[in-house]
Design a protein around this ligand. Structure first.
Ligand code: HEC
Length: 260
């Protein structure tokens, strides 16, 4: 008796499974119906930009760090303002979903969330490579390089949450969170969980947001000339420029690279 019931339940489940499988297959063959494709404002790149005040943006980024950390804070500093001034796709963009960029992506010390967030912003506003708008990629590239070359943090918040008179500035020579945070911790002699280290990262986030909006404003005025260079184009391998810091004097040549 109960077997029969189970069997019929299984049949029903199989039937439903087959139905949804058909729907899934339909989606694979015809990924988006016209209505679905039209409905998503967010899928049309690039997104509209209006000029923003760099100081105000940096202030938002600084305080947002304490809520959603570096990557989320840079995105929020620009997109929360554009939600008000432009609306459209910015309204449905899930800013808080980018909190995971914290600590170089889930604490793994890979890319610092601040330049990563800035790359997301430039990519959506100027457009990705597939649209032919290489400027978006190159502005992101430029920000990665600037991040490594600059003694950070630069931006001093109006009302610092940690009242330190002088905060050490360090040049990471790398966009990696591990290296950037590590060099600063060494210079400041402060542990990861200290209020000072946290405030340093909030200020770095604000510094990146300030720089990002300065570049975007220039671009909006038609005055932006990129300084971004894609490392893989020069080296034949995806990389950061501080090769010797990791490899020492014997930097390997990738297959197909020039032996000089
Ligand atoms: C953050 C540290 C780091 C930086 C910066 C870095 N590398 Fe590497 N690279 C590594 C590690 C670790 C490996 C894997 C171990 C190995 O093979 O040496 C590697 C592997 C390689 C390889 C392939 C494996 C090999 O040994 O031949 C090449 C080629 C290479 N790197 C070239 C470069 C060049 C050129 C640059 C600068 C443009 C660079 N790397 C920057 C850490 C780094």
């Amino acid at each position: 008796m109960s077997n029969n019931i189970n069997l019929s339940r299984r049949q029903i489940i199989t039937g439903a499974g087959a139905l949804s499988m058909g729907a899934v297959l339909g989606q694979i063959i015809n990924p988006l119906s016209k209505a679905e494709a039209k409905g998503g404002d967010t899928e049309k790149w690039p997104w509209p930009y209006v000029k923003l005040d760099p100081t105000q943006t940096a202030e938002i980024a600084y305080h947002e760090w304490y809520r959603i950390f570096c990557g989320g804070a840079v995105i929020s500093s620009v997109f929360s303002q554009l939600r008000e001034k432009v609306g459209g796709p910015y309204k449905s963009f899930p800013i808080d979903g980018f909190m995971f960029l914290e600590g170089g992506v889930s604490g793994w010390g890979t890319i610092c969330g601040a330049p990563m967030g800035a790359n997301l912003v430039t990519n959506l506003i100027i457009g990705p490579r597939i649209t032919g708008a290489s400027d978006g990629v190159l502005m992101g590239c430029e920000i990665l390089e600037w991040y490594g070359d600059t003694a950070l943090p630069i931006y001093v918040p109006k009302k610092p949450r940690v009242p330190t008179k002088k905060i050490p500035k360090t040049t990471s020579n790398s966009p990696l969170c591990h290296i950037s945070v590590g060099k600063w911790m060494k210079a400041a002699d402060k542990p990861l969980k200290s209020a000072e280290r946290r405030d340093r990262c909030a200020r770095v986030t604000a510094s990146v947001a300030y720089h990002l909006v300065t570049l975007l404003n220039k671009w909006k005025d038609g005055k932006y000339e990129t300084e971004g260079e894609i490392p893989s184009a020069d080296f034949g391998i995806t990389a950061q420029y501080n090769c010797e810091e990791c490899h020492g004097a014997n930097v390997p040549t990738p297959p197909g690279g020039d032996d000089e």
